[in-house]
Design a protein around this ligand. Sequence first.
Ligand SMILES: Cc1ncc(C[n+]2csc(CCOP(=O)(O)OP(=O)(O)O)c2C)c(N)n1
Length: 610
Amino acid sequence: MTAEPSWNHPWNVARYLIHRLGELGIERLFGVPGNHLGPFLEVLAEERAAGRTALAWIGTPTEIGAGSAADGAARVHGVGAVAVTYGVGAFSLLNTIGGAYVEQISLIAVNASPPYEQWLNLRSIGLLTSHMSPRFESNLEVYRQVTADAQTVSNARLAPRQIDGALAACLAERRPVYLEITEDVWKGACAAPEGEITPEPRGSSAKLLAAALQAASGRIAAAERPILWGGEEIDRQRLADAFQALVEATGLPFCTTIGAKSILSELHPQFHGVYNGKASLPEVRRMFRAADLRIGLGSWSTSKNLGGDVDLGEDWIVAAHEGVTVGSQFFPKVQLGDFLRGLLEALAPRPALRAAGADYYAEDPGGAESREQFLTSLSAAPESPAAEPGLPGKAALTYDTLFARINRFLEDATEGTWPTATNPYTVVSDAAFALLGSQNLRMAERRSFYAQNAWLAIGWSVGAVSGIKEARPAKRPLVFVGDGSFQETCQEMSTHTRLRHDTVVFVLHNQDFYGIEQMLVHPCFYAGQEDPAFYNHLHPWSYARLAEVFGSQATPMTGLKVASLADLDEILSVIADPGHPANRGPILVQVELDRKDYPAAIGYAVRDNC
Ligand SMILES: Cc1ncc(C[n+]2csc(CCOP(=O)(O)OP(=O)(O)O)c2C)c(N)n1
């Protein structure tokens, strides 16, 4: 339903904000209420009852869950919203807004604050009511650090200008914004919305753009084996079509960062894997290094994108953060979209630079000999132990066999071939071993993989998937999350159940252990040379039994345990069977893994140190 406001109906601040959120296409407002939010939610109910808005409130157990859900929805839709109550709610929400700031996600954080009268009482007689701090601007000051704009609205007449300004900043800067609105103002009269929210587009300097293009295209023309590295900003700025046009016009092979995983279909014939430094598949890393020029487009130099390597240098071009680096030259004030289109114009008139890329493989002795061989190696699942003679199907699972099997499951579900291949699943990965394992799943569709891979707040996936599923209801999410990460946000599975989502959450149970922390600090535990650090032990839980806690007859949830490939096969066949009763709600799959196991991708930490 598209909201049709009745303009004759009197406007107040709550209605104004509801209308503006609707205009941005936001249909879900995630949050945890508090009395200061009450008047706003009353107006929301009235607006819905009158058919003037499609915006629906989705209450979640925690503010972190609400913020992650809004973040997930924004990753799909472009912008999301969350509402909480002052102090107690706002400070809980902060983590997710910090993440959205770093990861360039447009979010609107609404904080309902005590009425003006309470602030006057605080000032005159020091009366401190619930959730208030004697620091008057404590919430605002904190949010200023993690938003593009932060406003306190305590005068209804000024609200339209403040709200419009914040929303425009949110869209223009692709960062969260903060609106603190005093309780007494929600129902205060204000002007009707005027015009639409129009973000001021950021432009490039024509001179610097031309200079950057000249420097970059010269380098590219002189290179023997350039490779493209698509990054996060291609996704955030919705530049996938321009990127694909460049890939195809130049014929160059491309990798992506993990953060940009699935910006294009990973079945694209020029796709050469996710490059993540030493944590890449060996063939991807060799290929990336065999290239004599690496062209990062929208790629962020984060530790998770460079997996142990820090090697930006003369043989790199990077366009990101509104500037372009060509070797040691830097050109500020160049927007990625302008640069991409300019590169296409500069390079496209020529025949494809490198048709089949055969010389890349020649540079890689011991590696693949042709593109076909290389691509086959990317999707080849290691032989499952179950298939080996002499080993029963009860062979234990490992991170690598789990993800290889999931890869095959995704492949089997893909319909058609590139460029029209479709797949019914999205993958949402948490941090730690889950991310290192899932980074090489071969995603058939664009924008089908989600991870918070720069901020890396553990537990993000369980909350975020609520928003991702709401925004893309036709796709079934598969979530991969470590046991420690899951313990942070497990109650958000209650939201999956409440919303009757069919999400499957794989809890990677390496026996109640913070594996990646152990790996980063004392990797030699994994070589059998050290005991585990005391602080990496979790309290053991019966994860699968949470289905009894969060499910009900009306809103079912299923909890299952798998310990072997045979168990996993059985569960995957349940998941793939639409008629199976387990698929009427979310499924939690507790995956039993050995405490000493780790994904091969992080094996370099053990090899380099022990
Ligand atoms: C909110 C938050 N708190 C703490 C951390 C630090 N941290 C990073 S990974 C990790 C452990 C994750 O453990 P688990 O989910 O069990 O996955 P594993 O490492 O075993 O793969 C911790 C505590 C973090 N990234 N985010």
